[in-house]
Write a protein that binds this ligand. Sequence first.
Ligand code: MN
Length: 215
Amino acid sequence: MINQYPFTLMPLPYKQDALSPHLNPATVEVHYCKLHQAYVDKLNQTLSPYPAYHNWSLEKLIIHTRALPAEIRTPVARYAGGVYNHNLYWQNICPKGKPLHDGTFSKALNYYFGSFCAFQTLLIETALGTFGSGWAWLMCDNNGRLQVLSTPNQDTPLAQLNTPLLVVDIWEHSYFLQYQEKRKDYLENWWSLVNWPKVDAYYQYCRRTKERTRF
Ligand code: MN
């Protein structure tokens, strides 16, 4: 997949019905085929008249939004963020989920949050406490520290050069068809889908790159 204009919808790394029963096929279809695709399309439409930016990666568009012409800064931030956040969301999960193994990442979770359980509680509380639409994140900040936070709309910690490791979509569209207003039930079932070795790999990559930039 080429990471520049025209952007394409990332392939799902599993079948659309494979996340059942935690996310049913109708929910995944609307979310991935319609809404995620719409962010890709709107990003391409916005960039289409601006060939100077057609070789910019998704990450560059998010990090350097202020270098863009004023009239497209807001739509690019929204749509590029929407594509990036959804890409990570689908990559963070997999059918039946995969467990976290002992190692530097599990030690870091214990170090920063007290325990794995305390981390999970904090992420759920952060997600439930978010007013309106947004995302709840585990991220690695510029100093290599782990943090949990939420962002509104399609904002992403990457814009401040922090490295997202794990994200859960808390827009109603991500759960309403199946869970209606029960955001907490959605979040608790979402844990069962998390692909922890993948999140661990993002953490390891983040540590390596931050160590490189430190010297
Ligand atoms: Mn979404």
